[in-house]
Design a protein around this ligand. Sequence first.
Ligand code: F6R
Length: 364
Amino acid sequence: EKGGYEHFMLKEIYEQPKAVRDTISPRIKDGKVVIEELNMSDEEIKAISRIQIVACGSAYHVGISAKYVLEEVAKIPVDVDFASEFRYRNPILDNNALVIIISQSGETADSLAALREAQARGLKVLGIVNVVGSSIAREADNVMYTWAGPEISVATTKAYSTQLSAVYLISILFGQIRGTVTKEAYKNMVKEIQKLPEKIQKILEEKERIQWFANKFASSHDIFFIGRGLDYATCLEGSLKLKEISYIHSEAYAAGELKHGTISLIEKDILVVGVATQEQLYGKLVSNIVEVKSRGAYVMGLTTYGNYAMEDTADFTVYVPKTMSCFMTSLAVIPLQLLAYYVSVAKGLDVDKPRNLAKSVTVE
Ligand code: F6R
């Protein structure tokens, strides 16, 4: 049932082009984004005052990316909360707020409780859910399914990727209806989003380089991921993947925060992964890389093809294809998933069933 792959995680990493395509294609008709399941009129979409995203773990990281994309494209203010925080914090939300709960399993106890809490306050809840008929799917006012198919490996990969795609579709649709994107930009986004599957495929074809690098760093004790903007969201996910399955301590930092404390942890030969796919922030990230390098860090740079200046600064550079900057997380995360996977394999760990973790967290 692993289809010839050594682990479910690798199989699911490889299923990502298909999963992303299956999530996007049914929602694009004649060059337009159409999400029938949303069940929201144009008037309702125009009236949204803010969006509150609630989720746990990797789904929360999708929420962080969603904040950047929704604010950029649809100009709607977005808050993101861990479900375990949201449910106890008495959030201030008016009737025109839209609550979005993101969950692969649809059974995460805190996310389900957050959904009920929001509904008890009279708020509408949209669920972005993978498991059909799960509790969150049943109880949400509307459900947008991610079509990742069954995910077996505890560490999520393809569900995460499809959640990102769902968020992009919502952002494009809301931006169009609220008039915050030009016709030209709309057309471009619809075109670019459909190219994501083949670009992910291309990254997967270069997995040997990551595997080689993972073997070299498998005995690390601390790894830092730094990025700005959407690259920071990517770092959060890359760091969690690594922690979960390789048992290496790692942290993700918004790169500008480094010098406010964390940089004291950087010493000789510590691995720092610098993610730099956001063009307008590229120079800033490069200067952060220079700073950690001057403290002795070994730097893996992750950037887009064409940005070859990175070679002068990083010790090892991984390239991914370019897409619009708001969709870059979908591509930049792939090498980080592979890095976590191959480190875990190199250490001989139980990749699909890491210690202390369950696939769906049904107790709070
Ligand atoms: C990480 C991972 C977890 C889940 C989290 C939420 O690889 O799988 O962090 O993302 O437990 O689970 P769902 O999406 O089922 O609500």
